[in-house]
Design a protein around this ligand. Structure first.
Ligand code: GLP
Length: 261
């Protein structure tokens, strides 16, 4: 796990965008794993700027989102499939239908989850997955207690997650759905490169467990310690509880710029 602490969201966004640019240059039909939430916004904004400057194209690429609320109407602005369009997908040149998400309106939820797993597999798997982290250590919507081998399935959201996300629903907890469909931890672990972004003090405890804690379903993101290629991008506030922060900083300072992440 490579841990990089950077002073501002702009630097975090451009470093992650560099990795995506290098991937798309090498493999124009790459499969991207897209995350919602505020953490990846700097990455998406940077990619949109590069697209507008003619430096990158997503014409042949595909995207899979991590998760979806159950039951939000198709045109609801907080439906994650719409959120990812607004934040990124519709601002660049993905082909129609190239970005997919789990179907939170399906009548047969287990079948929809199995179909999503099959779609990711048929696309050849995710080359690069962007991730945020919840204050309770969830990735996607894999709440504490999730099996470390889980696949795409329905989950009940914790009260903490619903409180955290109420800001997107006018601060009204009752408007936040109680259930979601989410890629499982086992699904996410099959992506070839994972870039997790965390910013702000509210993430410091989860980041401490993610990087330096014991692998445990109580802090689902800790499963990433078992993955061979994970990059964790943090601001100073999110890194403040890391015991080895000086070591991570020193390691990154000494890294040749050409190496990438
Ligand atoms: C939601 C999403 C997660 C995301 C998390 C953190 O719960 N399902 O994928 O990582 O929020 O969001 P933010 O980046 O806004 O803090």
């Amino acid at each position: 796990m490579e841990v990089i602490v950077l002073p501002d969201p702009g630097r975090i966004g451009s470093l992650a965008a560099d990795a995506i640019t290098a991937l798309i240059t090498r493999k124009p039909d790459a499969v991207l794993g897209l995350a919602t939430g505020s953490s990846p916004l700097a990455v998406y904004d940077e990619l949109v700027s590069r697209y507008e400057a003619g430096q990158i194209s997503f014409r042949q690429a595909r995207g899979f989102t991590l998760d979806e609320y159950v039951g939000l109407p198709a045109d609801h602005p907080e439906r994650y499939r719409n959120v990812i369009d607004t934040a990124f997908a519709a601002r660049v040149d993905f082909a129609p239908g190239a970005v997919q998400g789990p179907d939170g309106l399906a009548d047969d939820i287990p079948a929809a989850c199995a179909a999503y797993e099959a779609a990711i597999r048929d696309a050849g798997g995710v080359d690069l997955q962007i991730l945020g982290i919840g204050t309770d250590g969830h990735i996607a919507f894999n709440e504490p207690g999730s099996s470390l081998a889980s696949r795409t399935r329905i989950k009940t959201l914790t009260r903490q997650t619903r409180v955290d996300n109420a800001r997107f629903f006018g601060g009204d907890l009752d408007q936040v759905p109680t259930h979601c469909l989410t890629q499982g931890l086992g699904t996410i672990m099959e992506a070839r490169h994972l870039i997790l972004i965390a910013m702000g003090r509210s993430k410091a405890e989860a980041v401490h467990h993610l990087v330096e804690g014991a692998v445990s379903a109580m802090w689902p993101a800790t499963v990433l310690q078992m993955h061979p290629h994970v990059t964790v991008l943090l601001d100073d506030a999110a890194a403040q509880r890391l015991q080895l922060v000086d070591y991570y900083r020193e390691t990154y300072r000494a890294k040749p710029a050409w190496q990438g992440i």
